[in-house]
Design a protein around this ligand. Structure first.
Ligand SMILES: NC(=O)c1ccc[n+]([C@@H]2O[C@H](COP(=O)([O-])OP(=O)(O)OC[C@H]3O[C@@H](n4cnc5c(N)ncnc54)[C@H](OP(=O)(O)O)[C@@H]3O)[C@@H](O)[C@H]2O)c1
Length: 250
């Protein structure tokens, strides 16, 4: 019988109740990994993801936890290890964006603090925990954004949080030397999810789709496939990199 590429591997995917994280959790499970499906508020949605994995013969648990809180992050790792025995794959996907583009001059303290708390601090806390306990040979993926390359006006705070994420990625890859662990980031272009759709008209969405030579918006599964490559055996030689997955728009 042919074994699945991630057979006997375990994964924790943050923000896996919806959007890109959901697709990543489903894909890693389809590839054979046992998956912890993290969420902060969407209990039913996370249970649905774990349920779908179970229905397809996989192994999953839903875990509530706010990545802004150090103790929650620690508990997510503990509960994943308790359920599956170890942690091989971490995907730091949980993230938030502003509801609409906001120039620096109009950005509030609250907007700045909220985005940095989830996207930068949350990712950092999770990376710190992973650095201490992920299994040798493990895989760590962070989610950045193509906006970094485009430096789009109105996105300073969001792009700033992801610039931090990209630097954490490159430095942790070096700090974990000798343990067979890779650390990479995937930087999607626009992907049709709640985060992307919020506050955008159909016309704006079409304009963004047209910016990519492949002439469409990304779908969560497009990003999940890239993550599956990086965490699988075929991706082993890619380390400390930011992989832009955006249909060629930048
Ligand atoms: N969509 C795009 O166009 C795009 C492009 C580039 C990069 N990205 C990045 O891709 C990642 C996923 O985005 P998405 O579009 O899939 O977003 P989404 O559909 O809005 O889903 C966000 C996910 O993050 C979770 N989350 C939010 N705050 C959290 C917290 N404090 N602790 C734990 N989980 C939290 C949410 O959980 P609940 O359901 O419980 O709220 C949800 O599962 C983000 O890092 C985003 O910045 C997205």
């Amino acid at each position: 019988m042919k074994t699945k590429p991630l057979e006997n591997k375990t994964a924790l995917v943050t923000g896996a109740s919806r959007g890109i994280g959901r697709a990543i959790a489903l894909r890693l499970a389809a590839d054979g990994a046992s998956v912890a499906v993290n969420y902060v508020g969407s209990e039913d949605a996370a249970a649905e993801v774990a349920g779908e994995i179970g229905k397809n013969g996989g192994d999953a648990i839903a875990l509530q936890g706010d990545v802004r809180r150090t103790e929650d992050v620690r508990r997510l790792f503990e509960e994943t290890e308790k359920a599956f025995g170890k942690l091989d794959i971490l995907v730091n996907n949980a993230g938030v964006a502003l509801e609409k583009t906001t120039p620096i001059a109009e950005t509030t303290d609250e907007q700045y603090d909220r985005l940095f708390a989830v996207n930068a601090r949350g990712t950092f806390m999770s990376l710190r925990e992973a650095a201490r306990r992920i299994a040798d040979g493990g895989r760590i993926i962070n989610i950045s954004t193509t906006i970094i390359r485009m430096a789009l006006p109105g996105y300073a705070v969001y792009a700033g949080t992801k610039a931090a994420v990209e630097m954490f990625t490159r430095i942790l890859a070096k700090e974990l030397e000798g343990r067979g662990i890779t650390v990479n980031a995937v930087a999607p272009g626009p992907v049709e999810t709640d985060l992307f759709n919020t506050g955008k008209t159909e016309e704006v969405k079409q304009r963004m789709a047209d910016m990519a030579p492949l002439k469409r918006l990304g779908q969560p599964e497009d990003i999940a496939r890239v993550v599956a490559f990086l965490v699988g055996r075929e991706g082993e030689w890619v380390n400390g990199q930011i992989l832009y997955a955006n249909g060629g728009m930048a």
